[in-house]
Design a protein around this ligand. Structure first.
Ligand SMILES: Nc1nc2c(ncn2[C@@H]2O[C@H](COP(=O)(O)OP(=O)(O)O)[C@@H](O)[C@H]2O)c(=O)[nH]1
Ligand SMILES: [Mg+2]
Length: 369
């Protein structure tokens, strides 16, 4: 018995190690799979007698798997798994857990106040009922920001500018987006606007080669705005549908780099007065409350039309998504649930909340699958 348990523990550790090394491993071409081919075998394993699994159920299963390790999932999940009494102490514990999961003071206060008021009116029979109310409050908070990116075909090429601090996942997200748009039948070109580091241009070119997408680059040290301008000109002459432009990571303290973003907009404006048509700010889901600061700064420097929250798999706390929704109300276009090309998902509040607060706590019926 002991041996068997030990073996499992080792297996778990091996998986953890594999996951840890995964995060530093470059993405291999053969690791890129379509949504259906990567998730179908898992569901087939679990339900051998039911080969037809609704796509939405498979999708939600993936969200649950990827977010299972989040602080939100663990701390709030274990709080309710203890089957607590319905009292003020539960609300206090819940408040602490929400703050600890990066939900932020403003959103946490609003959520707890709503639950306290309804508890006072004896709306809940037990803690499970309160959990259900929390889940629907969380979904309601996110629903207004769940606005998918729609490529306006009248803007051709549709220009997407990717911004954010260093290492958040801009270049990776561009690779994922290129793949997604190509699968949807769009022609795509990428601009290597991160001219700060030679490695950044190479990284984008690798993604381009993998997806058979052209990359416009001038090498490191070039002027970012002029690279993106060239790419726009070339995309126009080739009548391509979408241009996605990479930029160097920058901090609000780097005034010169922040000014560069304004310059990119100015220069693009010479060809297309309303370009870029989408400015996507990538936020690393593991950064916590600093994400709020970053959003504020980039919004002031260039204007942001949509967010991508990356790295929600693994060690993310998960709660920062609520903080951002409450603070800014900016559309959350996509979330990153892993490093491969099929790990970019359109933001789905129900799947997200279901994954953070497991459906086996409380009433399963409320979480639609
Ligand atoms: N686990 C995980 N890693 C990601 C995700 N998105 C990006 N990364 C990793 O984050 C690291 C930095 O990404 P990169 O695209 O180079 O960031 P950039 O500096 O903003 O361009 C790389 O190792 C990526 O593989 C994600 O959704 N999940
Ligand atoms: Mg990059």
């Amino acid at each position: 018995m002991f041996k068997f348990w030990k073996k499992n523990e080792n297996a778990e550790r091996a998986t953890e190690n594999a996951q840890a090394s995964d995060s530093t491993r470059p993405i291999e071409a053969d690791a890129i799979a379509t949504n259906s081919s990567s998730v179908a075998p898992q569901s087939a394993e679990e339900t051998p007698s039911a080969p037809v699994v609704p796509v939405i159920a498979i999708e939600r299963k993936t969200w649950r798997e990827r977010l299972a390790g989040s602080v939100f999932n663990r701390s709030i999940g274990s709080l309710f798994a203890r089957r607590p009494k319905l009292d003020d102490a539960l609300l206090d514990e819940l408040e602490t857990a929400l703050l600890g999961a990066d939900v932020g003071v403003s959103a946490t206060t609003a959520l707890i106040e709503d639950l306290r008021r309804r508890m006072g009116k004896r709306e809940f029979v037990d803690a499970d009922a309160l959990l259900l109310a929390l889940r629907s409050d969380l979904i309601a908070l996110l629903q207004p920001v769940a606005q998918p990116l729609r490529v306006d075909a009248s803007k051709r090429p549709f220009v997407i500018l990717m911004v954010g601090v260093n290492g958040v996942g801009k270049t990776t997200t561009i690779g994922k987006l290129a793949r997604r748009f190509q699968n949807a039948g769009h022609s795509v070109v990428l601009a290597a606007g991160d001219t700060f580091r030679a490695a950044a241009v190479e990284q984008l070119k690798t993604w381009g080669e993998r997806n058979d997408v052209a990359v416009v680059a001038q090498g490191s040290g070039a002027d970012s705005a002029s690279v993106i301008f060239d790419a726009l000109q070339s995309a126009r002459s080739k009548q391509l549908d979408i241009l996605i432009a990479d930029t160097a990571g920058r901090l609000h303290t780097q005034a010169g780099l922040m000014d560069e973003l304004a310059k990119i907009r100015r220069v693009l404006g010479k060809l297309d007065a309303v370009a870029p048509h989408e400015v996507l700010l990538v936020i690393d889901g593991t950064t916590g409350q600093n994400a709020v600061n970053q959003t504020r700064q980039f919004r002031a420097a260039i204007g942001v039309t949509g967010l991508v929250v990356s790295k929600l798999d693994g060690s993310a706390k998960g709660g920062v998504v609520f903080a951002l929704a409450k603070e800014f109300g900016l559309p959350i276009r996509f979330v990153g649930l892993g490093e491969t090309a099929d790990d970019l998902r359109e933001f789905d509040p129900v799947a997200f909340v279901d994954a953070l607060l497991p459906a086996n706590l409380g009433n399963r019926e409320t979480v639609a699958t």
